[in-house]
Ligand binder design. Structure first.
Ligand SMILES: [Zn+2]
Length: 325
């Protein structure tokens, strides 16, 4: 039986600001939620903070995700629905929050070993740009994340460029870019993120991988993956190894030090950084004597996850669309 509890870290971007990341762990599972920075004016109808949303979603998802009989996407849909209900209970005047006016959103990364009593497989779930890193026994890593938000960022940049070409002033360029980005959130032409609609859960990327092929599994927010996305500190494989074998505080400290060196950050200089890490030690098998002809044959390639989604999964060394700056 293997039911170790992942180690974890969750460091706010700034000491004087609430941590909008949330992490929950238990025997053989982890849930990481990254409260997404929807601008305040795009969530005027909701009286709740981003941190309120991410932490309640983490609790609601953890309760469902630990039940291995519940499919990962169903667990996420149930969790989003539960938190939607909480908006009503705690709204001002006991009234419901106005989702038309917008509400906080969040990205999700989670994993669990199954079955719980004698695990052989790790199941993962990712929504938007949070990530799960699978570190294989051969040292390679696979990053599971949804790149559709990057396509949206590119689209918005192109839109702004076109407006500038037409002579629009910078304020208009900024505003219209924002409006385009908002219109693409939870839209088939854009990207999917947890908000008030449980149906977005069906767009989550889910995979299953044989545990025997893995050394470690990591669920993390994009405050961690920026180490290889934009800071040049790591590849996905070296990041997964660092998270697995060095104290998590040291990994985050290295990210903070690298962030401090960026002269003109394109986005936030620092971001909330959260990771939950399960290092897998296979159960000890006593050697068994083999009697008979030598065992030859092609080993089934079980090291690659079965991806139940139309989404792309990027190998660590073949990943296009690296974000710059
Ligand atoms: Zn609300």
């Amino acid at each position: 039986m293997y039911l170790a509890t992942p180690t974890w870290t969750s460091a706010p971007a700034r000491a004087d600001h609430p941590n909008e990341d949330a992490v929950r762990v238990g025997p053989g599972w982890a849930v990481v939620i990254d409260g997404a920075g929807v601008e305040a004016r795009y969530r005027v109808g909701c009286h709740h903070s981003v941190a309120w949303y991410s932490h309640h979603l983490a609790d609601a998802l953890a309760r469902r995700f630990t039940d291995r009989a519940t499919e990962p996407r169903d667990a996420l849909a149930g969790a989003i629905g539960e938190v939607r209900g909480l908006h009503a209970v705690h709204g001002l005047q006991a009234g419901e929050c106005d989702f038309v006016g917008g509400s906080p959103s969040a990205t999700v990364a989670a994993f669990r070993v199954v079955p719980a009593d004698q695990p052989t497989v790790v199941e993962t779930l990712v929504l938007c740009d949070a990530a799960v890193l699978l570190l294989h026994r051969d040292g390679s890593a696979l990053e599971l994340t949804d790149r559709r938000i990057e396509a949206t960022v590119t689209l918005v940049a192109e839109h702004r460029r076109a407006l500038r070409t037409q002579g629009a002033d910078e304020a208009a360029v900024f505003e219209q870019g924002r409006a385009v980005a908002e219109g693409l959130r939870n839209h088939p032409d854009g990207f999917w993120v947890a908000r008030e609609d449980p149906a977005v859960a069906r767009h989550a990327l889910v995979t299953r991988t044989d545990l025997a092929d893995l050394r470690a599994v990591v669920a993390c927010s994009d405050g961690i993956t920026r180490a290889h996305e934009s800071l040049g500190l790591h590849t996905p494989a070296s990041l997964a190894e660092a998270l697995a074998w060095t104290p998590l505080d040291e990994v985050v400290a290295a990210i903070r030090a690298a962030e401090a060196q960026v002269p003109h950050p394109a986005g936030k200089r620092h971001d909330d950084a959260t990771a939950a890490v399960l290092v897998y030690e296979p159960p000890h098998q006593p050697p068994t004597a083999h009697i008979g002809p030598p065992m030859v044959g092609k080993r089934a390639d079980s090291s690659r996850p079965v991806v139940d989604s139309s989404l792309s999964v990027f190998e660590s060394d073949q990943r296009p669309g690296r974000r710059s700056g």
